[in-house]
Design a protein. Structure first.
Lengths: 363, 363
């Protein structure tokens, strides 16, 4: 706490916590320091292994998608996987880690179990400088382990995921850490949470808390299949509750039932939302009240693993928005962060993103 | 089992198991298929994170060494580590995985607990095609978890390790899977095991089993500090029990109390052992009855993490010896395998080593 102001510092000049201890002390401060971004989602440990396209077919997974699986199916898929690497993941948690890696103040709310993988998740997110909310699962979580995401990475760098949510699936309104949510300038919600009954009510509370404190609500629709499952609810959310939308090309086409990307962009423009649409190697498109800007992708030598690309794009974009960058610069920063994370295995940054952004002249 | 001979095939033309299921079925065959290498050591899950030199000093670890730590100290070091990656490790287990990755038949004997990290270790070693021996720990292992090795990787790629052995520390003669040990053409022992009282008696049994079945005994002295702790015992072993020795430059200088590398090589020559001495970027030296051969190092673009370099050198060398290569070619294969493993984080191969060796014209 030596060089930390005793009163909340303006977030735009906030520096990142320099250690897990400092992050924890910030979390306990009175009055609490506001945070750039508080992300709500499912904490997962990613189990990554290389796989051939034929391996996906053998376990009936659709390439590029995320399937929710029960414990038995997870064990069966894992049994057939190559030697793996375990790294903390979870879509919204990756975004929070990215915001912190850029020097932002980030919080994360989500549930995991008191087991070895939970210990791994807790260590990694706090070591990244993210303030972790209350993690007590619902009583119904008894016997459920920390969630895992089996990630099969094919030679083209594409990832196909099978997620066992475990304790994360018990997030309900009573488990939501509203104090931490209330500290976010932006509250970021993971679309995957709409797959969970109790979580929907928790997200409703998070939206109310955010708007009650004049914070913005950001949503990622997460996955084309997730959009298919929840199209109606997502469209309703866009009308009333969401201020910033993240989606990729395929997802907005599906969301608006459009026949082309241009038609989908047109439909998205009509919502009047601030939106960032990622297009893989084609970069991204940022939509603002002032118009639409195309942002070229950051070149990458070799795409090793696309896991986390969208999550880290969102991290850069949200950090930019809460730290004085305009939407276009924020989009460029998002692209830079996404490029870093797809150049290695795992969905959390492996270099100093702040330094990277400085070298690129963005920060 | 579709394309597997019903009788043991000559090991020199043995193909690797094509799946974990096949590896398991081989393990149960009657009569058992002989194996190229059976490795005995401590199964560990490596917890790898980047660190600065100052971080090592802060936790009182000596750069480049391996320190045994208790659970409290492990928790304290882990608490200060950056976000980490979990990958299966353990010196002898890495060697077994390397032999399998080259297409050899490998077994591994060592103890871990019935917990989440144990599940990770079991999955990864069997998915690598290694036949796992009986893993029932001694009753005294009650409450001990699967062993972990905290690996702090500094910017120069050097690794500094703190190992909590947990269940691995209870390996005694009663726990040793002598049936699996008896199937090895070469039984490979990890010097680190001499740190454990009960393990010494188990290794004595392993040596007897090996020599009783005309197998060779190979030893790695593991670590310069390990040599200091067990110099006398290692020198006695070389006289009677060991046929193949692995060490690095610093280790043989310490082992023979020599004033220079050349003097140490001279002392090693006098033992008459087959020996491979690794020298990092300077390559390796292979000593045989016919003389001494220097083998240049395989070029590496960037040394990311030296964890496993010695283990994978041993894998290549042992695969070569048991599959018709001469000592010099075996040393070249060892160098190739070591170069692969230091070019990424983690101590297990990430590419098809057999393919790599073919491209290099060794296999």
């Amino acid at each position: 706490m030596t060089d930390l102001d005793p009163v909340p510092v303006p977030v735009s000049v906030g520096r990142p916590p320099s250690s897990a201890e400092e992050a924890a002390s910030w979390a306990e401060e009175v009055p609490p320091v506001p945070l750039d971004v508080v992300a709500v989602g499912s904490p997962l440990v990613d189990v990554l292994a290389h796989a051939a396209d034929a391996d996906l077919a053998a376990v009936e997974l659709v390439k590029g998608s995320m399937a929710l699986v029960d414990l038995d199916r997870a064990a069966s898929i894992y049994g057939g996987m190559a030697p793996a690497t375990e790294v903390s993941g979870g879509s919204a948690a990756n975004t929070a880690a990215g915001v912190a890696a850029l020097g932002g103040r980030a919080g994360f709310v989500g549930l995991f179990a008191d087991d070895e993988m939970g210990e791994v998740f807790r260590h990694d997110i706090t070591a990244a400088g993210v303030i972790l909310g209350r993690t007590t699962p619902a009583p119904s979580a008894e016997g459920l382990g920390t969630g895992r995401c089996l990630v099969l990475v094919t030679p083209d760098g594409e990832r196909t995921m099978a997620t066992y949510l475990g304790a994360a699936s018990t997030l309900g309104p009573d488990q939501l850490d509203v104090d931490l949510v209330g500290r976010g300038q932006i509250v970021y919600l993971e679309g995957y949470l709409w797959d969970l009954g109790p979580a929907k009510a928790a997200l409703r509370v998070a939206v109310e808390v955010a708007h009650g404190s004049d914070a913005l609500v950001a949503l990622t629709v997460s996955d084309p299949f997730c959009v298919e499952r929840h199209r109606k609810e997502f469209l309703e959310l866009l009308q009333e509750d969401v201020d910033v939308l993240f989606a990729n090309e395929e997802e907005i086409i599906s969301l608006f039932g459009s026949s082309s990307f241009d038609a989908a962009l047109g439909a998205l423009e009509e919502t009047g939302l601030l939106a960032a649409v990622t297009r893989g190697a084609a970069g991204s498109v940022v939509l603002t009240a002032a118009g639409t800007v195309e942002i070229p992708a950051q070149p990458v030598d070799k795409v090793v693993d696309t896991t986390g690309a969208g999550d880290l794009y969102a991290a850069g974009f949200l950090y930019g928005l809460t730290n004085g960058l305009g939407p276009e610069e924020s989009g460029r920063l998002g692209g830079l962060c996404a490029a870093e994370v797809i150049s290695h295995l795992g969905a959390r940054p492996q270099v100093d993103l702040r330094e990277l952004a400085r070298e690129a002249g963005i920060l």
